[in-house]
Design a protein around this ligand. Structure first.
Ligand code: HEC
Ligand code: HEC
Ligand code: HEC
Ligand code: HEC
Ligand code: HEC
Ligand code: HEC
Length: 494
């Protein structure tokens, strides 16, 4: 029994009996508890949240180590105290005697504090979990780098869909990938060395097709979709020129004989393509595999590079709908919309051309841009009483669509849904992609994807033609498959 009396052989059991070590132990237990809770929440949620990893795998272990450190500190202090006592003297005993009211009180307090602490840990963990899932977290904590995406998202049809609903896929592989990605992004945020602008090839944020299909049933038959594009020419009168299209969206239901634009992603076949640039704008080769396994390849006769060196990708929703929630509008389109909605008065001479020019100036930061936009428009209209409203709306268009600090605007994010400003559909349907027997790909004439129901000025727009008009390109000449030679999204090249 003498060992209990000698300091050199103090039992560890006795040394841990002190309040500091006990508090440390409580911290150890609760951080393990918080870790397991977060892990369970994260695994059970539909999508592994990218930033949750940080909390679960970095913050909770941090508290765990703090707890362990406290335990050791307590032991060390206790040890020092016992060493100080002379060898012969009875050891400092640390006992809890329930008969003593003081001990009962302290123990009762410690016990209730522990329960409360664990409860708070649980609530805290859950709150943290909820917070990292939120749009606010994705869009605002990461404020500077993701501002363009967050701002455009808020006015998109998906403004009520959480970022994680699109950006985090399902399954274990997506889970792990998301975790690694989240850590990497936060690291680059901390180091302030993230790319400006952020593009898809440098991050692996591209949503998977299944994520869209949680909400959009791909077999749904959409039929024809009626869409009107309002424009104003850059002349003095801001001459209105609109186009009303019936887009043959069709449906992805393979049992229906009539097909349409959504044919690409129906279940009976696979469309694959290879691309020659990071943003997948140059597509020299396409392959269709039908239900019976028959393969048809289409090659761009103009492509000079080596096809074998290119990556191959299976076509999905995002190959056409690549800006469903972060559409930074080209200034030409943004100003057209504002004019059509009456936010910019189209009776002000040359207002279309002047506002587009003010928006597309070269500015290094937002402050400078807003100042110069105001100065330019004031100089354009020294005697126009309505200029203040024009300036206000122009600034608001700028704020919504231009992010000079991130070098982000419409120019760096091609939108693949049409073919006017970017090649979009014409990346493949340009008449140059031919099969080995020399046949051109389907859907290369102007009526295969849409009918022009009406076009022209305000009076012309009332003359609907259910069979579709031939396109009238104002009075200007145009080339069929290279609209984007002239249409840049800013001022048109003549
Ligand atoms: C409706 C689905 C959807 C939602 C909701 C969504 N995104 Fe995206 N996001 C996309 C798609 C699609 C892309 C582009 C993929 C491509 O270009 O290949 C993208 C691209 C991005 C990019 C890369 C840069 C770029 O603009 O191409 C970032 C960053 C981003 N999203 C962040 C966010 C944030 C932050 C939120 C929430 C505020 C969010 N996303 C919500 C679908 C979505
Ligand atoms: C969590 C559900 C959800 C997810 C995931 C989702 N969407 Fe949507 N989507 C919606 C809702 C809601 C609307 C708005 C419908 C409305 O306005 O009537 C919408 C609208 C759309 C529209 C019509 C846009 C318009 O201008 O009216 C397109 C195109 C679209 N989504 C594509 C996508 C794509 C591509 C993805 C995958 C990257 C996706 N969605 C993911 C819910 C979702
Ligand atoms: C080949 C290009 C292409 C592909 C691939 C594609 N879409 Fe579309 N989708 C379109 C076009 C074009 C429209 C017409 C609307 C427009 O022009 O903005 C449209 C319309 C829609 C709409 C609005 C339909 C409505 O009835 O309001 C939704 C939703 C949609 N697509 C979702 C999807 C989803 C989900 C996928 C993947 C399963 C997908 N699309 C694949 C080109 C495509
Ligand atoms: C990656 C290449 C690629 C892109 C991009 C692409 N398509 Fe296609 N599309 C195809 C192929 C391949 C076919 C089948 C052609 C054939 O069988 O001759 C096809 C067929 C079609 C058809 C006929 C479907 C049917 O009923 O049989 C339509 C309509 C169509 N595409 C519209 C569009 C529209 C609209 C866009 C842009 C939003 C677009 N495509 C973008 C590759 C593409
Ligand atoms: C492969 C399919 C396809 C073919 C072929 C096609 N278009 Fe389109 N076009 C589209 C789609 C999809 C849109 C809608 C884009 C959107 O929703 O923003 C569009 C939009 C348009 C618009 C409206 C653009 C605007 O901003 O006002 C015009 C005009 C137009 N097309 C003319 C033509 C002409 C002319 C041809 C023949 C040379 C043609 N299209 C061939 C798919 C096609
Ligand atoms: C040779 C150059 C050139 C080509 C090619 C061209 N356009 Fe244009 N387009 C113009 C010019 C110039 C205007 C007048 C712009 C203005 O006054 O603001 C114009 C105006 C338009 C407008 C109305 C005004 C606006 O701002 O949108 C539409 C719609 C349009 N073009 C569609 C197309 C489509 C679709 C194609 C391809 C099928 C095409 N254009 C090819 C030069 C061209």
């Amino acid at each position: 029994m003498s060992d209990h009396h000698s300091v050199g052989r103090l039992s560890i059991r006795r040394l841990v009996r002190n309040w500091i070590s006990l508090a440390g132990a409580l911290l150890v237990v609760s951080s393990i508890f918080a870790f397991l809770l977060l892990l369970a929440l994260d695994v059970l949620s539909q999508h592994g949240n990218p930033y949750m990893g940080i909390v679960a795998y970095v913050v909770t272990p941090g508290f765990l180590f703090l707890g362990i450190a406290l335990v050791i500190l307590g032991v060390w202090l206790q040890y020092r105290q016992e060493r100080r006592v002379s060898p012969g003297a009875p050891p400092i005993t640390w006992s809890i005697d329930l008969k003593r009211p003081r001990d009962r009180k302290i123990l009762g307090f410690f016990f209730s504090a522990s329960v409360l602490f664990l409860l708070l840990t649980a609530i805290g963990s859950y709150q943290t979990f909820q917070y990292t899932e939120s749009v606010q977290f994705c869009g605002q904590v990461c404020h500077v780098p993701m501002e363009p995406q967050h701002v455009s998202y808020l006015r998109s049809p998906h403004a009520r869909v959480d970022c994680v609903e699109c950006h985090v896929g399902s399954g274990a592989a997506a889970y792990v990938k998301t975790k690694i990605n989240g850590m990497r992004q936060l690291y680059h945020l901390a180091m302030n060395d993230f790319p400006r602008p952020i593009t898809m090839n440098s991050t692996t944020l591209r949503p998977a097709r299944e994520t869209c299909e949680h909400c959009h049933w791909p077999q749904k038959f959409s039929g024809g979709l009626d869409k009107t594009f309002h424009h104003y020419l850059s002349d003095e009168k801001n001459t209105p020129f609109s186009v009303r299209l019936l887009l043959q969206v069709g449906g992805g239901d393979p049992r229906r004989p009539e097909q349409g634009i959504h044919w690409h992603t129906d279940a009976t076949h696979k469309v694959e393509y290879s691309y020659a640039d990071d943003q997948q704008q140059v597509i020299p080769w396409v392959r269709v595999t039908d239900a019976k396994g028959k393969i048809t390849e289409f090659k761009d006769s103009d492509f000079k590079g080596d096809l074998k060196k290119l990556s191959v990708h299976t076509m999905d929703c995002i190959d056409c709908h690549n800006r469903p929630s972060h559409n930074l509008l080209p200034p030409n389109e943004a100003v057209d919309r504002a004019m059509a909605e009456g936010l910019i008065d189209s009776s002000i001479p040359s207002v279309k051309a002047n506002v587009v020019a003010a928006l597309t100036g070269t500015y290094t930061n937002r402050e400078e841009a807003l100042k110069k936009i105001e100065a330019t428009l004031r100089a354009n209209y020294p005697n126009e009483p309505k200029v203040a409203a024009v300036i206000a709306e122009t600034k608001s268009i700028y704020n919504a669509n231009f992010f000079p600090e991130m070098k982000a605007d419409w120019r760096v994010y091609p939108n693949n849904i049409g073919h006017k400003i970017w090649n979009g559909c014409f990346r493949c349907h340009d008449g140059k992609h031919k099969s080995s027997d020399g046949k051109a790909m389907k859907a290369t004439d102007c009526n295969s994807c849409h009918l022009i129901l009406a076009q022209g000025g305000n009076a012309d727009m009332l003359k609907l033609n259910a069979k579709g008009y031939d396109f009238v390109h104002i009075d200007a000449p145009y080339a069929e498959f290279s609209c984007n030679d002239c249409h840049t999204g800013g001022a048109q090249k003549q």
